[in-house]
Design a protein around this ligand. Structure first.
Ligand code: TRP
Length: 449
C-alpha cells in the first residue's frame, strides 16, 4: 500500500514562522490588552509572563514531543502512543476545544475586516466617541453583516490550509509574520511620540500586587495558555510537522519569547494612545474596536495608523486560525481517510456554522444563549479558563507519567545529540512542577485550598 507522504515544515525558519503565527494572534492584540486593562495592568502581565515561562513551556514541549513522535493529528497521536487506553479521549477534548475557540475567534477576526474596510473608507473621520460606539454596537449586534465577514474570513483561512503544510501554511506564515512584526514596530515607534507614552509604560511595568485576586490569576493562566496555543493539541498537530533534526527546546523558547514580546509590543502600541486621550483602559472586549477607532480619528496620521492597525489584527488572527483549523482538518483527513481538500471543505462548513451561531447570539434579544451568556462570552470563557488549563494539565501528566520515558528523552534531545542537560531540567518540570502548579491553581480557584 502506498500512503501519500505526510507533510512537514520545510525549514527551521518556516517552522518557527508557522508556530509563531499560531501563538501570535488575537490573543496578543485583542485579548491581552483588554484583559490587562481590566485587571490592573502590570501585576496581571507579570503573572502571564511567569506562567508562560514556567508552567507553559513544559506543556508546549510535551505537545511537540507527542506530535513529532506519533506524526499524527491530536487524536491519532494518542491512539498511536497509548493504544487501548483512555488517552485518545484527551485528543477528542482538543478537537472540541478547537471548534469552541473558532466559534468566537472567527467572529472577532471578521470584525477586524469590517474595521479595516471602515479605516480605508475613512468612516470614523470627525466622529464623536458616541458615534463610534453606536456604529460598533449596531454592527456587532446586526447579526448578518458579522456573519458575512466571518464567512469571508473562514474561507480565506481554508484557502491557506487547503494547499498543505509547506506550500500553504508555512508559505503564508513566512510572508505574513515578518510583515506583522515590521508594522508593529512602526506603530510602537509612533506611540513614543504620544503624550501618554510614559503613563502607558508605567501601566505596563509597575505592578500593583493588591490587584492580584484568584480570578485575576486564573485569567492570567488562561491567557498564557490561550496565547501560546496550548492545552488542546494544536502544538501536537504542528509538532507532528516538525522535522526530526530540529531542536524543539530552542523552538519552544523562541516561540514563547515571540509571544510575550508581541503582547508587550501590543500593550506599548495601545496604552499610550489610551492614556494620551484620558480614557480608562477598562473598556473590555470592545477596547480595540471602540476606543481605538475613536482615538485614531483624533490623531495626526490617524488614517494610516488605523489601516495598519486593523491590517495587523487581521494578519495575526488568520495565521492563528490556520493552526486551529488544521487541528480539526488533520483529524478528519487522517482518521477518516478523507482527502485533504474534502476535509478542508467539511471543516470550513463546521466553522462557518458555529461562528454564524455566535454572531447571531450577539444580536440584541437573541434567543441563542448558554447559561445566560451569549455564545461569544460563553465559548471564550469555557475554552480559555477551563478547557485549555485542564487539557494542559492532562497533557503534561500524560507526557511525564504515562508516555514511555525514552520517547520524551529522544524527542527533546534529538536522540541524545542536543540539550542533554536541559532535558533533565525539563523532565522535572514536565513531571512535577507544571502539573503541581496547575493542580494547585485549580484547587485554589475551586475554593478547596
Ligand atoms: N494563540 C492564538 C492567539 O493568541 C490563538 C490560538 C491558536 C489558540 N491556536 C490555539 C489558542 C490553540 C488556544 C489553543 O490568538
Amino acid at each position: 500500500m502506498n500512503k501519500p507522504k505526510r507533510g512537514s515544515f520545510g525549514s527551521k525558519f518556516g517552522a518557527i514562522a508557522a508556530i509563531g503565527g499560531s501563538v501570535v494572534g488575537l490573543g496578543n492584540i485583542w485579548r491581552f490588552p483588554y484583559l490587562a486593562g481590566e485587571n490592573g495592568g502590570a501585576a496581571f502581565i507579570l503573572v502571564y509572563i511567569i506562567v508562560s515561562f514556567t508552567v507553559a513551556i513544559p506543556v508546549m514541549l510535551s505537545e511537540f514531543a507527542i506530535g513529532r513522535e506519533a506524526k499524527r493529528n491530536a487524536i491519532g497521536a494518542f491512539k498511536k502512543i497509548a493504544p487501548a487506553s483512555f488517552w485518545p479521549f484527551l485528543g477528542s477534548l482538543g478537537i472540541a476545544t478547537a471548534l469552541v475557540i473558532m466559534t468566537f475567534y472567527s467572529v472577532i477576526a471578521g470584525w477586524s475586516l469590517q474595521f479595516l474596510l471602515d479605516s480605508l473608507l475613512n468612516t470614523f473621520d470627525g466622529w464623536s466617541a458616541e458615534q463610534v460606539k453606536q456604529h460598533f454596537n449596531h454592527f456587532a449586534q446586526s447579526g448578518y453583516t458579522p456573519i458575512v465577514w466571518a464567512i469571508v474570513y473562514v474561507s480565506a483561512t481554508a484557502f491557506i490550509v487547503i494547499s498543505g503544510i509547506e506550500k500553504g501554511i508555512e508559505r503564508y506564515n513566512k510572508i505574513l509574520m515578518p510583515l506583522l512584526v515590521l508594522i508593529m514596530v512602526l506603530l510602537v515607534c509612533y506611540s513614543f511620540s504620544l503624550s501618554g507614552f510614559e503613563q502607558g509604560v508605567r501601566f505596563l511595568l509597575y505592578p500593583d500586587f493588591s490587584q492580584l485576586t484568584p480570578t485575576v490569576i486564573m485569567e492570567a493562566v488562561g491567557q498564557a495558555f490561550f496565547s501560546l496555543s496550548l492545552g488542546m493539541g494544536c502544538m501536537i498537530t504542528y509538532g507532528s510537522y516538525i522535522k526530526k533534526q530540529e531542536n524543539m527546546v530552542h523552538m519552544a523558547a523562541t516561540v514563547a519569547l515571540c509571544d510575550v514580546s508581541v503582547a508587550v509590543l501590543s500593550g506599548l502600541m495601545i496604552f499610550p494612545a489610551v492614556f494620551s486621550f484620558g480614557i480608562s483602559p477598562t473598556s473590555g472586549p470592545e477596547l480595540i474596536f471602540i476606543t481605538l477607532p475613536n482615538l485614531f480619528s483624533q490623531m495626526t496620521g490617524g488614517y494610516l495608523i488605523s489601516i495598519l492597525f486593523f491590517l495587523i489584527v487581521f494578519i495575526a488572527a488568520i495565521t492563528s486560525t490556520v493552526s486551529l483549523f488544521e487541528v480539526v482538518n488533520a483529524y478528519i483527513h487522517e482518521e477518516f481517510s478523507i482527502g485533504r481538500k474534502r476535509a478542508t471543505l467539511i471543516t470550513t462548513l463546521m466553522v462557518i456554522t458555529l461562528s454564524s451561531m455566535c454572531a447571531l447570539s450577539m444580536m440584541a434579544n437573541s434567543p441563542i444563549r448558554v447559561m445566560g451568556d451569549n455564545l461569544f462570552i460563553f465559548s471564550d470563557n469555557l475554552a480559555s479558563n477551563f478547557m485549555l488549563p485542564i487539557g494542559g494539565l492532562l497533557i503534561v501528566i500524560f507526557a511525564g507519567w504515562f508516555m514511555p520515558k525514552p520517547i520524551l528523552e529522544q524527542q527533546l534531545t534529538n536522540s541524545n545529540t542536543v540539550n542533554k542537560r536541559s532535558y533533565r531540567f525539563f523532565y522535572i518540570m514536565i513531571r512535577f512542577v507544571s502539573p503541581i502548579m496547575l493542580a494547585l491553581l485549580f484547587l485554589h480557584i475551586s475554593g478547596i485550598i
